[in-house]
Structures are given as structure tokens and as C-alpha cells.
Design a protein around this ligand. Structure first.
Ligand code: FE2
Ligand code: FE2
Length: 396
């Protein structure tokens, strides 16, 4: 059996960005790697301006969760004191005794390798994959140093990819000055903005506590989806003169019950008489909105009835839905990481123009989908669709 080939991306990831993800993907393809591990380090004590290891870890989890083969690893995160690559490589060889390891570095790091702890002992432990940087890799100095390191036992392969003009430093600066970088995904823009990281004002007062709970209660993919919905809901709300903070909060909590076992959701809903509807009670896909609305109030401390209502009707819709309800419902359906489905592009196009038309298109799409399957459309969705058809705003 061929040996497994594992790439390693080390770094502070303060914050992780799409440049890191792209390098890992190019490395995976070019060097035929089976996976690439992302190893955020523990907080180096001498560096200021670094957000906590917890935040950097969650962001790495979110940034990698949609790409098969990209895997976060916390082996450096939990190590006491300064992190040395040689220790991580030994730990990874212990963990994967039959694998070949490929350590991914930028071309600028090659010039710094001689400063690494026990550099010569690192060389037999991995092959270095070099991502291009703005510096000239054909410069005399660079080539001489590379030659010298090879003579000491180092081995290098170049990653064939364009130079990416992005850095965590530039990203932090752009955030502090209120800018947006195309290399920072919406999910992480939401994460940092809600919490107020990197010098931004905190938008959601309870974000620290809520994110900690959501990250542990949801799968990483669900957590990432939640951030993407909140990002979309805020923008959509601004488009339609809806309170963006209410939309953001409802979106952040809309799936807070989604990863509960169905039996637990049913128990909560029965105990507090939240619904008697058998169809809803039988399906986690429907029931989590009602259980979630209850949890948002009881566990997350949300008192605003508008927000709780938006959470409770985000699966089926509701006759007389408010604009806030529609914003949350639609943001859930069109957030940027959603996998393609037949009416996605139509609903995405309509949502900024007319909430009512987008709602109708979305529900009609669901109706067509369930018609072809075994489950009927929920009567509440049917009634919502009929109600929407009576509205002048829903007519194209
Ligand atoms: Fe949901
Ligand atoms: Fe959702």
C-alpha cells in the first residue's frame, strides 16, 4: 500500500485566511497529498496583538471545514511554552508512523530555516513544500541558501501556484480600519465582527459566550453555516430597512438546537407545550426551529419577541411573517456556502430586490422538491405560500 502523504501548515493564523487555504489546496494537488493538517500554535508570549488561541482555533476549523482533506490539528495549540517545529514533526511521526510528512513554508521562510531549533535534525523528518512569495526565488542569495540547506540534508519541492498578495498583517490592518478583504471569507468576517476582534467594535454584546456555546453544541459545518447566515441576514436586513442587529442575532441562534437529538427536541417541546403538531414533532428538520426559539430565550437569554419569532418560523414560514422573519428565513436559504439546489440562484437574485418575491420563489421551490419525494409540504408552508400570493409585493 502506498504511504500516506501528509502536508503540514504551521503558523499563528492570526487570523487564518483564504491565502492559507489556497496554498494548502495547491500543495495537496501538486504534491499529491492525502490531507493537509493546519497546526495553529499556542499564543507566543512575546507577540502582542494576537487573539486568543481559542478564537484562532475556531477560525481555522471554520476556514477548513468545507474542503475535504484540510484538517485542523491542535497539537501545537495545547503545548506549553514556545512551539518548535521539530517537536511537532516528532509528534506527527508518532501519530502517523507510516506517513511521509511535507512541511509547507513560504519562500521567505526558507531564508529563516537556519534559525530554527535543531534545524539539521528537522531535515530528515520532512520534505519542505515551498509556496511562492513576492521575493525573487531566482535571487543569488536565495539559490545559494537553498543549495547550502540541501547539502545539509534538506529537501525541497516547489508548489506550482500564483503568488498570493495577502497576509494576516494586512488583513488585521484592513479590519481595524473598517475595510473588507476578498481573502477573508464571510464566515470569518462575521466571527470577528460580532466579537469585535482586531480593533473592530463588538457588534453582538453576548458573542463571546454565545459562540463558545454554539461551537460546542453544533458541528463545525453547522457553526460555519450559522456564521454565513448571520453575515447574509445583516446585509439583507440593511437592504430592506430591517434592524440589522436583530437579524444578526436571530440568524446566529436560528439553528442553536439543530444538533440536538430529535428525542431531546421532542422532550423540550412537549414539556413546555411548544407545539402539538404531529408532523413537526416527527421531524428534526422542522422541530429545531421551535426548540431553537425556546433555547434562545431560556439558555441564551434573548427576550425580544421579534427575534424569537423569526427563529421559530425559519423552517416552515408563517402567515403574516414580518420582514425580519423573511430576512432570517431567506438568509438561511441563500447564504454563500450553501450547496447548489434548483432555485438557489433565483432566490439569491430576488432576495435583495423583494423579500416577498424571494419568499414565494423559495417556498415554491421547496414545494416542487417535496412533491417529487415522499414527504408532503408542511401545511404551514402551504398557507404561507397562499398568503404570499395575495400580497402585491410578491407579484413580479
Ligand atoms: Fe434551521
Ligand atoms: Fe440553518
Amino acid at each position: 500500500m502506498a504511504k500516506e502523504r501528509i502536508g503540514i501548515m504551521g503558523g499563528t493564523f492570526n487570523p487564518v485566511h483564504l491565502g492559507h487555504v489556497q496554498i494548502a489546496k495547491y500543495a495537496m494537488q501538486g504534491a499529491d497529498l492525502d490531507r493537509v493538517l493546519f497546526l495553529p500554535d499556542g499564543t507566543p508570549p512575546h507577540k502582542t496583538g494576537i487573539v486568543s488561541a481559542t478564537h484562532r482555533w475556531r477560525m481555522v476549523c471554520v476556514a477548513t471545514c468545507l474542503d475535504k482533506g484540510l484538517v485542523p490539528s491542535d497539537i501545537e495549540l495545547n503545548r506549553e511554552g514556545i512551539t518548535y517545529t521539530i517537536d511537532s514533526l516528532h509528534a506527527l511521526h508518532d501519530q502517523f508512523p507510516k506517513a511521509d510528512l511535507f512541511y509547507i513554508i513560504g519562500a521567505d521562510t526558507l531564508m529563516e530555516l537556519h534559525k530554527w531549533k535543531n534545524a539539521e535534525q528537522v531535515f530528515p523528518l520532512c520534505t519542505f513544500l515551498i509556496a511562492p512569495r513576492v521575493l525573487s526565488v531566482s535571487s543569488r542569495e536565495y539559490l545559494d541558501e537553498k543549495k547550502r540547506l540541501i547539502s545539509l540534508g534538506a529537501s525541497f519541492e516547489n508548489i506550482d501556484m500564483p503568488v498570493m498578495d495577502v497576509s494576516s498583517t494586512a488583513l488585521r490592518e484592513s479590519m481595524t480600519s473598517g475595510g473588507v478583504s476578498p481573502f477573508f471569507p464571510p464566515t470569518l468576517q462575521e466571527y470577528c465582527g460580532a466579537l469585535g476582534l482586531y480593533g473592530m467594535p463588538r457588534r453582538v454584546p453576548q458573542a463571546e459566550e454565545w459562540f463558545s456555546r454554539l461551537f460546542s453544541d453544533l458541528t463545525v459545518k453547522r457553526f460555519s453555516h450559522t456564521l454565513a447566515v448571520a453575515y447574509t441576514a445583516r446585509n439583507l436586513a440593511r437592504n430592506h430597512h430591517v434592524d440589522p442587529l436583530k437579524a444578526e442575532i436571530a440568524a446566529l441562534l436560528h439553528d442553536c438546537a439543530k444538533c440536538m437529538p430529535l428525542s431531546e427536541m421532542q422532550a423540550v417541546c412537549r414539556k413546555h407545550a411548544l407545539t402539538m403538531d404531529a408532523l413537526t414533532l416527527a421531524s428534526g428538520n422542522l422541530l429545531h426551529s421551535i426548540a431553537g426559539s425556546y433555547l434562545a430565550a431560556s439558555e441564551y437569554g434573548v427576550e425580544d419577541p421579534d427575534i424569537l419569532r423569526a427563529i421559530s418560523c425559519h423552517t416552515t414560514g408563517k402567515v403574516g411573517m414580518t420582514k425580519l422573519d423573511m430576512v432570517v428565513f431567506l438568509a438561511d436559504k441563500i447564504e454563500p456556502t450553501r450547496e447548489e439546489y434548483p432555485t438557489l440562484q433565483k432566490v439569491r437574485m430576488l432576495a435583495p430586490l423583494s423579500l416577498e418575491r424571494a419568499m414565494l420563489a423559495s417556498l415554491e421551490g421547496t414545494a416542487a422538491y417535496v412533491k417529487s419525494g415522499s414527504h408532503p409540504l408542511h401545511p404551514q408552508s402551504m398557507r404561507t405560500m397562499e398568503w404570499l400570493r395575495t400580497l402585491p409585493e410578491a407579484r413580479g
